[in-house]
Design a protein around this ligand. Structure first.
Ligand SMILES: Nc1ncnc2c1ncn2[C@@H]1O[C@H](COP(=O)(O)OP(=O)(O)O)[C@@H](O)[C@H]1O
Ligand SMILES: [Mg+2]
Ligand SMILES: [Zn+2]
Length: 482
């Protein structure tokens, strides 16, 4: 049995099997159903997104013996011959290789013959922008007076190279790149049919690499499954493509945000040694940072970013840091064009070293704007708070060694009275002196032991009291409940 590459084996045979390209499919199906098929179509769009595929399905639907709802049956003789590529009324021409006027002349002559087997003669002219001017002009004449039951499908990847005179005679159908999730859907379908085991992340990388081109997706998957002997793993795909997964790129991004410069540089060097595509890696890094910024800044990032949950952990970094990183990485990209890319990237990594020092402006100074006026209760609360905070304030402002003393003090008529014994007083004299000079509401109460047998000490205490203008307050009974 000969090996058929996936891209050929899994070419859709019906409109319903086409992935993406909803607009072209709808337009053509409706035209067939309503018998309003145009004489000439121009299919424009990137390569590998289904232009030839859809042109063949169109040819089948037009010639099928039992069509239904715009779809070919796939089983009649005509359908089967078209699938095999042996149907006489389907003529495919590649303008890239048949560029000359002679080919177009041959084509013009052929057009004059009626369909041999089917109802329509269908001409698919691939890479139509490659036709020479003379060939174009010859084709134009045919398009001006198209023979009945003839359909031309001109395909091109370079829409703007098609002459306006041709454009005006064709119905234009625009094909677009296939979105990533649809590319993945296609690969999953192939994996299921082929019995290939796969890791989600591996398909993600392949889809990323194929950039919306289904042909590339199919053939990359084909190669990856051969490489991994029937298993498509993230690691194998990374190795095989020389492209990292978005997940790995994000872990690198984290190194940068955490200023782990050594690790980041080692990582880069290793990539380079293993022959990875550094430029591609850097592009992905930029993309991941952009996504993280969007997820951090937008209320509904899911409208723009595919899997916002992948960027959850980056919400913990200040936006300023992410923006700075983006800037540095972007500069690295620009510089990589004029010097050795590895060096440009390394320099960028070093510049990220100060990322951690970026303090969000919001944390630098708190500006509170209160729009509503405070209520009476709030004012009262505030006042109480203020009165209560005498001790708290002192605790905050005073030297730490005095805190314990202050905590034991009590407030009375707007004064804070601190009780202390002689010994303590002696010890903290200097600090207390300073405290009193700063806070006039502080007063001391030095407890004099009543049966002190050392009058000279009492005298000293009294002297000190005099010095501080301290008053003697009766010590409260502990049991006094107030
Ligand atoms: N929209 C699609 N849905 C499913 N498979 C597709 C699609 N577009 C392309 N392919 C795959 O890619 C291969 C090439 O597609 P083709 O139609 O020849 O691309 P184009 O003519 O646009 O370059 C097909 O054989 C098929 O395997
Ligand atoms: Mg094609
Ligand atoms: Zn049929």
């Amino acid at each position: 049995m000969t090996y058929v590459p996936f891209a050929r084996k899994y070419r859709p045979k019906f409109f319903r099997e086409v992935i993406g390209q909803e607009v072209p499919v709808r337009v053509l199906k409706n035209a067939i159903r309503n018998n309003r098929v145009s004489h000439a179509y121009l299919f424009a769009g990137p390569r590998g997104v289904g232009k030839t595929t859809i042109a063949r399905i169109l040819a089948k639907a037009l010639n099928c013996k039992n069509p239904s709802g715009g779809e070919p049956c796939g089983e009649c003789e005509n359908c089967r011959e078209i699938d095999k590529g042996i149907f006489p009324d389907l003529i495919e021409m590649d303008a890239a290789s048949n560029r000359g006027i002679d080919d177009v002349r041959t084509l013009k002559e052929a057009v004059n013959y009626k369909p041999i087997k089917g109802k329509y003669k269908v001409y698919i002219i691939d890479e139509a922008h490659m036709l020479t001017k003379e060939a174009f002009n010859a084709l134009l004449k045919t398009l001006e007076e198209p023979p009945p039951n003839t359909v031309f499908v001109l395909c091109t990847t370079e829409y703007d190279k098609i002459l306006p005179t041709i454009l005006s005679r064709c119905q234009r159908i625009i094909f677009s790149k296939v979105p990533k999730e649809k590319v993945i859907e296609y690969m999953k379908l192939i994996c299921e049919k082929e019995g290939i085991e796969y890791e989600e992340e591996a398909l993600n990388i392949l889809a990323q690499a194929s950039e919306g081109c289904m042909r590339d997706a199919a053939s990359l998957l084909d190669q990856a499954s051969v490489y991994g002997e029937g298993r498509v793993t993230k690691e194998a795909v990374e190795n095989f493509l020389g492209i990292l997964s978005a997940e790995t790129v994000r872990s690198f991004m984290k190194l940068l945000l955490d200023s782990q410069v050594d690790e980041a540089i080692n990582f880069l060097r290793e990539l380079s040694q293993k022959g990875y595509n550094l430029t591609k890696f850097w592009e992905m890094l930029e993309e991941e940072i952009r996504h993280a910024i969007l997820v951090k800044s937008l209320q509904k990032p899911e409208r723009i970013v595919e899997n916002p949950e992948d960027y959850e952990e980056f919400k913990n970094y200040p936006l300023e840091a992410l923006l700075y990183l983006e800037n540095v990485v972007n500069r690295g990209k620009v510089e990589s064009r004029t010097r050795e890319p590895l060096f440009a990237y390394e320099l960028a990594v070093i510049k990220t070293k100060i990322v951690k020092e970026i303090i969000p402006i919001s944390r630098l100074g708190k500006v509170e704007v209160k729009e509503e006026k405070p209520t009476k209760e709030e004012i009262k609360e505030k006042k109480e708070e203020k009165e209560e905070s005498l001790k708290d304030k002192l605790e905050r402002e005073a030297k730490p060694i005095l805190r314990e003393l202050i905590r034991n003090g009590f407030e009375e008529k707007g004064k804070l009275i601190i009780k202390l014994d002689e010994k303590t007083y002696e010890r903290f004299k200097k600090e207390l002196e300073e405290l009193k000079s700063r806070f006039p509401f502080v007063e001391y109460e030095v407890e004099v032991k009543k049966n002190s047998s050392r009058p000279e000490q009492d005298e000293a205490v009294l002297k000190v009291m005099e010095l501080f203008n301290a008053k003697i307050v009766r010590v409260r009974d502990k049991g006094k409940g107030d």
